[in-house]
Design a protein. Sequence first.
Length: 281
Amino acid sequence: MSVSAVATPATSPGEAPFLAAGSLALRELRRFFRQRTRIVGALGQPVLFWILFGAGLGGTFRMPGAAASTGYAGYFLPGVAVMILLFTAIFSTISIIEDRREGFLQAVLVSPIPRFSLVLGKVLGGTLLAVLQALIFIGIAPLLAGLGAVSPVSLDLPLTSWLLATGWMAVIAFLLTSLGYLIAWPMDSTQGFHAVMSILLMPMWLLSGAFFPVPESGWLAWIMRANPLTYGLAGLRRLMTTDTAALSALPDWPTCLAVTFAMAAAVFTADIWLTKHKHVG
């Protein structure tokens, strides 16, 4: 895509930054659908995790405060949805390193568009892809359960809950993609990015309550409560859980909203600052 496609002379100064961001987000979508292996990587592995762990732990897991009929597959499903959001954020922001090598990133930086447009375009593109894949997984989850791959899961939710859950996943995806951008921008090696993913992003997901509930006490409980992703996942679990008794152990909605929105805004602001002050070669 040429730099001239990012901002055209026909647009007004007020429209140009958002048109540029939209063009960059659209580029991310096109790139994704042309690279089918990314679809398999971002969606296939989480689905496999859900099936294997759902089948393996289904007979022994009991969620605190939940009814006995609540199986591990149902508990793990929101966690897998967040895992898909995380994986898509990783694959989307690693393209920053590829764009730098190909010279596209340098071309965008010397164009007249503000750095804000670059950040917003990359983050929005990754956010849209992440939410789309998470919705695909949630849509096929009852089918997989019906085929006997895991124990039955209940997703009989009203339309309002589905709309709110989709919007909330977009907020989580925005946070994770912004975090991936923050990590990828100063790097020039995909190997380094994967190393950070292994020691930071994956433990961040594991310690969010996705894989197992937050303990009532102990050092692990403190670490999980300090993890901002814990509150994003708790909010999604509140929207997707039909067993209201199981919600008593989760953080309340005001806390989930405050932590998640504050972190998303803080990381996105850091992305803009880094893009303005950290030059790329």
